[in-house]
Design a protein around this ligand. Structure first.
Ligand SMILES: [Zn+2]
Length: 163
């Protein structure tokens, strides 16, 4: 396996969590008597650039699908943290209506909603259809796709750069 950042061969296991089901892959009642799929969870560290990364055992499209179960806004303490963060970072970076905030993996807009309240333009990038829809219902422009180099180049061409 190659490092996702520098393409150096990965040989060092940083931590081995053995096996686990995919996150948020809850079983239905009908599935309770069926075998459950577990995946090895090994984290590697690149000895060239020190990026820690998982081995990919399940394609991301299988995990982040139309029925993704985790909505960030379910946690009131997480929302409180997100609001405090937006207040802090808005002042620190002097963000304004002339700025543009993007969040990769923006889920249901739990964070961007607070930028929107301050009338700071923002864009969410979220591959799960149901959480992306929840964000749109809050008025947050959300692209429903995985962030990639191709998407980054498209956004630059559309002049949606970070200011
Ligand atoms: Zn590397």
């Amino acid at each position: 396996m190659k490092c996702r950042f520098c393409h150096h061969e990965l040989i060092h296991v940083f931590i081995n969590l053995i096996n686990a089901p995919a996150s948020n892959s809850f079983l239905t009642k009908d599935q309770l008597n069926e075998p459950e799929v577990f995946y090895p969870i090994e984290l590697y560290v690149c000895d060239k650039c020190f990026l820690v990364q998982t081995g990919e055992y399940k394609k991301s499209g299988e995990i982040f699908n139309r029925e993704y179960a985790y909505f960030s806004s379910f946690s009131t303490s997480w929302l409180e943290h997100a609001k405090k963060y937006v207040d802090m970072i808005t002042g620190r970076l002097e963000l304004s209506t002339a700025s543009h905030v993007m969040e990769i993996a923006s889920n249901d807009g739990y964070l961007l909603q607070y930028f929107l309240e301050k009338q700071i333009p923002c864009l969410g990038i979220e591959p799960s259809a149901n959480t992306a829809q929840a964000a749109r219902e809050k008025g947050i422009e959300t692209l429903e796709e995985f962030f990639s180099a191709d998407l980054a180049e498209r956004l630059v061409q559309e002049e949606k750069k970070l200011i």
